[in-house]
Design a protein around this ligand. Structure first.
Ligand SMILES: [Zn+2]
Length: 416
């Protein structure tokens, strides 16, 4: 049984048109019209294959292929369709297209399965709109809190409103939560978004564990004043203080030489953001990740200490808001072994590696046995129109996804 590269390519190309900007850019931010358009297109493909489809109340698209045992826990495969505002064509998309190809291949080859298979396109994986990612997988596993529905995007739209506009009913969200015993396992194929596979000259790899991100927002409060009239010695310039804090943050994280710990300040808002006013208030985000929870938390504590020392020295007020704090997770040993074994048939060198970026698999790993396949990224790039993975590599990843899914759920395989 072989996946069809041509079909994968055509679907990838069709999805690349939705939210397209420039030659290779994709902008499909969660719960926008373009995101919806991509979900509806994939739903149409699922319907054509005869899957039972639904968009749940968290905005997840699910297509189900029944097995002979209706009550058996499902084998779930998929990824996400939403993107960063300045994203590329491959992040998330290859996992959804790959999962669909797996099911199409099994139908085509008349594989009769014992276990039902569900192809899923999780919603709002990226988290850039509401500052909190992995929404679809957290929703499905019952981890979305009541207050999260009231969080707002930059335009003041609440998550509740955004989901309503998307066609969901947040009041019925409870109905979309899966009981823990309903999912046997989850497998996700995703671009690596890093340079490891390329360096090892490997097209695909098997993920051993996923780093847990700590997201926080730091607010520094100074004093506004006219840029022309307040003498330098009398200023409380919040942007200047924020720059000291960011520099300290970078030094702390960089001091863990040789470890996978990484820290980023990716967003900054300056108030009132005017060229002739001394900034009164600055808010900036912290993204801190490691596969080792203890080391990650230790680095964050050092930053908190550095910030309080700076506040004492320069006499400014500040606060830290915790946006999300997820523990690193290891993939299931059994699935890692199966993926590595099956991988050898496709490509003699299938390395195992850790994931720095988070994925829906991070949430699912808490809920069921989880496995992950990485596909080589050109120059390790992602979240940019320059992100690129070769179609041959994606096809190898999809082939591995097919073989493992087939192993996990085929009771009797009849090749025609
Ligand atoms: Zn992704």
């Amino acid at each position: 049984m072989k996946v069809n590269q041509d079909r994968i390519k055509k679907r990838m190309e069709a999805l690349a048109q939705i939210g397209k900007f420039g030659e290779t850019g994709v902008n499909r931010v969660a719960f926008t019209e373009k995101h919806k358009e991509s979900v509806l297109l994939v739903q149409e493909w699922m319907n054509q294959l005869g899957l039972t489809t639904k968009i749940d109340h968290f905005g997840n698209l699910i297509g189900r292929l029944e097995g002979s045992s209706i009550d058996k826990p499902v084998v779930m495969v998929g990824s996400h369709l939403d993107s960063q505002p300045n994203g590329g064509r491959f992040d998330g998309t290859i996992g959804v297209v790959g999962a669909l190809e797996v099911v199409e291949c099994m139908i085509e080859n008349q594989v009769s399965t014992d276990t039902p298979i569900e192809v899923i396109a999780f919603s709002d994986e990226e988290g850039c709109r509401f500052n909190n990612g992995l929404f679809g997988s957290r929703g499905l596993t019952g981890k979305v809190t009541e207050e999260e529905w009231e969080s707002k995007d930059r335009d003041g739209v609440t998550k509740r409103e955004a989901l309503r506009l998307f066609g969901c009913d947040p009041d019925k969200a409870e109905d979309s939560v899966y009981p823990p015993d309903k999912i046997a396992c989850f497998i996700e194929m995703h671009i690596e978004q890093g340079p490891v596979l390329e360096k090892q000259d490997a097209s695909i790899g098997v993920v051993e564990g996923i780093a847990g991100p700590l997201w926080a927002t730091v607010e520094i409060i100074g004093e506004a004043g006219h840029a022309g009239s307040v003498p330098m010695a009398m200023r409380k310039d919040s942007l200047l203080f924020a720059s000291y804090a960011m520099s300290e943050f970078n030094q702390i994280v960089s001091s863990y030489v040789g470890s996978p710990l990484v820290g980023t300040v990716g967003n900054i808002d300056v108030y009132p953001n005017s060229r002739n006013v001394i900034p009164e208030k600055v808010r900036f985000t912290i993204d801190l990740r490691d596969i080792d929870l203890k080391r990650r938390n230790e680095a964050f504590e050092k930053f908190e200490f550095a910030l309080s020392r700076l506040a004492d020295e320069f006499q400014f007020a500040y606060k830290i808001e915790m946006d999300s704090d997820l523990e690193p997770k290891l993939c299931s040993d059994k699935l890692i072994d199966l993926l590595v074994e099956e991988g050898k048939e496709i490509n003699p060198s299938v390395p195992t590696l850790m994931s720095g970026p988070f994925h829906d698999a991070l949430i699912m790993a808490d809920f069921c046995n989880t496995g992950m396949i990485f596909v080589r990224s050109k120059d390790g790039k992602s979240h940019t129109p320059e992100e690129y993975s070769r179609m041959e590599d994606i096809t190898e990843g999809a082939q591995l996804l097919l073989q493992v899914t087939n192993q996990l759920c085929a009771a009797k395989t009849e090749q025609v």
